[in-house]
Design a protein around this ligand. Structure first.
Ligand SMILES: Cc1cc2nc3c(=O)[nH]c(=O)nc-3n(C[C@H](O)[C@H](O)[C@H](O)COP(=O)(O)OP(=O)(O)OC[C@H]3O[C@@H](n4cnc5c(N)ncnc54)[C@H](O)[C@@H]3O)c2cc1C
Length: 399
């Protein structure tokens, strides 16, 4: 096998797989139908258990309380965590916190690391990320209205954001705001930390998505900044670096997302095959005897395996050469794996018939919520356009 997991993490993969199956699968059936009400409280003992097992925050360096896994190593773990809707949250490696941890680790000041990164890694606080605005196309992120105007040793922030995932209950957000409207378009904005108890930070609503408003971590917040004042020391990196940092945050983020989607696809595949051999159309005639079901199973197997190879290859390239060298592959996996996930979930639901659209399995929840996989972190069309443009540029040079 080209991409067999490194020997030193195979036991860890097995332990994580068993934990997810035994401890988290049973909670899904309770909390998905409730729209996640009460889920965080039920998950807290599981988080403690993960800490006791020494598996907490596997993506973070050991010096910060994590396991110090490389991006490629964590990719294997991320797949295992993805098999449950609760996996990443319980191991404290869920978006948007994971992206903010990576951001602060790489670019936070010592004060920011002490005040926000360490408690975030310890799981004492949560965070969110506020970039997208309802009034402007998120696909063109440089076009935004939110401003951060310097006033002495403070910034005064005004703006309107939505889809700030997990804002409900977060201790702080990382907001993208224009700090210099006259600068070149990619140097106009900066990233700033705004604690959610700052006067002028308003969580207006949790946006309903696919029939769920959610609760706490499992929400998407619409927020307003109304003359919200933060000290200049809350600036991450340098003024005008917002888009550079956003790109950096998204590179590894796409490995995390796509491996999570592969984990979801594996679970859907498992459910599909288990149900196909169990459900009988007539005595002694299970669904699995039907040719069309066999075709769906074979197609799904091939698609998941192909997706995993592509993602692991991209992760290895990022580890070896950095995100910039892997920018084409990062875009390719984003749309390729998101579409693979949709195909596999759709087939798994179809095999389950009416049961497939209930909340008695996680399939319908994922089908509704992970439809967004083709939209967030760059819509399919944007990634395809970027990849094709780079390829064609080489051909144009040859004319
Ligand atoms: C579940 C979920 C979670 C999210 N979490 C966060 C978060 O935590 N923080 C945050 O800041 N944002 C978040 N977002 C927002 C997300 O990043 C945006 O939705 C995304 O960037 C797309 O922007 P938009 O919704 O404004 O769509 P638009 O930019 O208005 O695009 C609409 C559609 O137009 C098409 N399109 C766009 N550009 C092109 C093109 N060049 N060529 C052809 N077609 C095109 C695409 O099909 C696209 O879906 C989240 C979104 C979702 C759905």
């Amino acid at each position: 096998m080209i991409y067999a997991p490194p020997p030193h993490i195979t036991d860890m993969i097995q332990t994580v797989r068993e934990f997810i199956r035994e401890e988290l699968y049973p909670l899904e059936r309770i909390y998905i139908p409730r729209g996640f009400k009460g889920a965080e409280a039920a998950l807290e003992p599981k988080r403690q258990k993960v800490k006791e097992m020494g598996l907490w925050a596997p993506h973070m360096p050991k010096a910060y309380g994590g396991l110090g896994l490389s991006l490629t190593e964590f990719a294997y773990i991320s797949e295992e965590l993805g098999r449950s809707v609760f996996g990443h949250y319980v191991f404290n490696s869920a978006a948007p916190d994971i992206g903010n941890m990576e951001l602060l680790l790489a670019h936070g000041s010592e004060e920011q690391k002490e005040r926000w990164l360490k408690p975030l890694i310890a799981g004492e606080i949560r965070s969110c990320f506020s970039m997208t605005e309802p009034e402007h196309a998120g696909s063109n992120p440089v076009w935004m209205d939110t401003t951060a105007v310097r006033d002495g040793d403070e910034y005064v922030i005004n703006g309107h954001k939505w889809f700030s995932t997990s804002a409900d209950g977060a201790a702080f957000t990382v907001v993208m705001a224009v700090t210099d409207p006259n600068a070149q378009k990619h140097r106009r904005a900066s990233m700033l930390i705004v604690t959610t108890d700052t006067p002028g930070f308003v969580l207006e609503a949790n946006t309903p998505v696919a029939g769920h408003v959610g609760e706490g971590y499992f929400t998407h917040g619409e927020v307003r900044f109304i003359d919200a004042r933060v000290p200049t020391s809350n600036l991450i990196g340098e003024e005008g670096e917002g888009f550079i940092l956003a790109q950096e945050r998204l590179g590894p983020g796409r490995i995390h997302h796509t491996m999570r989607w592969i984990g979801i696809a594996e679970r859907a595949f498992d459910l599909m095959c288990s149900y196909a051999v169990k459900r009988e159309l007539s005595p002694g005639n299970p669904l699995s005897h039907q040719q069309i079901i066999k075709a769906w199973i074979a197609e799904s197997r091939a698609e998941i395996d192909a997706a995993r190879l592509l993602v692991l290859d991209t992760a290895a390239r990022i580890d070896e050469q950095g995100p910039y060298a892997a920018r084409n592959e990062i875009s390719e996996i984003k749309f390729y794996v998101a579409n693979m996930l949709q195909h596999v979930l759709d087939r798994a639901i179809q095999v389950h018939g009416g049961l497939g659209v209930t909340d008695y399995t996680p399939l319908a929840y994922w089908y509704g919520h992970e439809r967004a996989a083709r939209i967030y972190d760059g819509a399919d069309e944007v990634h395809k356009m970027v990849v094709a443009r780079r390829i064609l540029r080489e051909y144009e040079k040859r004319q």
